[in-house]
Design a protein around this ligand. Structure first.
Ligand code: HEM
Length: 166
């Protein structure tokens, strides 16, 4: 059985990976890409970054989700019948927010990201205008998730005094 401390560590490391990566991607990589004048090269470089960023982002979110869910078992035992009354509301909000993050992330990574990667490498057809539109949408989705993850952190922190007192 994984210790409570280790689960918490993984919960936070998942957040660090997904949120940190998303901020760097949206506010570091995209502005830097504007320095490249050749648009097709710009798209190929973006596709190269996406190839690593998207799996790492999904790994972070999945780790956070799984460790959060695993921690619930202990809490259900600890709180007994008071579990839903004490933590239920915040956990439901967190669960809803995480589902939304997953939905946006899945559309971005498995839909738009894969399409852009294949278009920029010439595997499937796609005009430069279409590729730029996809790139803009991918950035927008990333920013939505930066906001949603930050809001979820707020609710995560609200759980601490409820669980440990104070
Ligand atoms: C992107 C999604 C999420 C974010 C950003 C997030 C964030 C946080 C933060 C900042 C904390 C407080 C620090 C800590 O104890 O680790 C926390 C605690 C916690 N979260 Fe999450 N969380 C997310 C998803 C979830 C999900 C999906 C669940 C449940 C299925 C969950 C269950 C918990 C629990 C039970 C705690 C208390 C941990 C403890 O005291 O040991 N979290 N979360």
């Amino acid at each position: 059985m994984i210790s409570h401390e280790l689960l918490k560590w993984f919960h936070l490391m998942g957040i660090v990976l997904s949120l940190g990566g998303a901020i760097l991607f949206a506010f570091g990589v995209f502005p830097a890409l504007q320095l490249i004048e050749d648009k097709s090269q710009r798209m190929r470089i973006l596709a190269g970054v996406i190839k690593y960023f998207h799996p790492l982002f999904l790994l972070g979110i999945c780790t956070t989700f799984m460790t959060g869910a695993m921690r619930l078992t202990d809490l259900k035992i600890g709180f007994g019948s008071a579990y839903y009354a004490s933590l239920g509301k915040i956990l439901m909000i967190k669960f809803g927010l995480t589902t939304l993050i997953f939905l946006i992330g899945a559309g971005q990574c498995f839909g738009m990201g894969l399409k852009l990667t294949r278009m920029s490498n010439g595997v499937i057809e796609g005009t430069m205008e279409r590729q730029e539109k996809l790139a803009g949408l991918i950035r927008k989705m990333t920013i939505y998730n930066v906001v949603l993850i930050s809001v979820t952190i707020y609710f995560g922190l609200k759980l601490i005094p409820m669980i440990y007192g104070g």
